[in-house]
Write a protein of this length. Structure first.
Length: 152
């Protein structure tokens, strides 16, 4: 599955497989071939900008093409995407780290939904905070004490 990260400074040009080409009301790249509509692109750009503005400083809209025009708004490792019901999903994805020997340690993915993008982000951050608090309790409950205190 190919996803084209759209560069609005390079909107109407040719020559690259994932560069969208405007022909009438179709705005689609050769690599996609889904006959994506210019109106859908315009709508994605408008909605991404609206959501980014609603979320505030640091949130960046990203428009992508993959058999249709899509958008997401990101800050750090949090991504907000629109749902089919008109609401939004906020997702925090904590990348796995590879330990010695190739074992991958994953901290996971947390998602929350709401009809309002700010509420969705607040919910997912609350879930993340709850997970961090649980991890801190696990850490504290299993901590090592100095050896001299364990004798007798
Ligand atoms: Zn397309």
């Amino acid at each position: 599955m190919n996803t084209f990260e759209h560069d609005s400074d390079n909107a109407v040009s040719t020559g690259h497989k994932w560069t969208p080409v405007l022909r009438g009301d179709i705005y689609c790249s050769p690599g996609c071939g889904g006959r994506c509509k210019k109106a859908d692109y315009d709508k994605a750009v408008e909605q991404a900008g609206f959501v980014a503005a609603a979320l505030g400083y640091g949130w960046k809209p990203h428009i992508s093409e993959n058999l249709g025009w899509h958008y997401e708004v990101t800050k750090g490792q949090c991504t907000v995407t629109p749902n089919r019901n008109g609401g939004f999903t906020a997702c925090v994805r904590v990348e796995g780290t590879e330990r010695e020997g190739g074992q991958v340690e994953s901290l996971g993915v947390i998602e929350a939904q709401d009809m309002e993008p700010r509420e969705a982000v607040q919910k997912v951050l609350a879930l993340l905070g709850g997970r961090i608090a649980r991890l801190q309790r696990v850490l504290a409950s299993s901590s090592l004490e100095p050896l001299e205190l364990q004798v007798q």
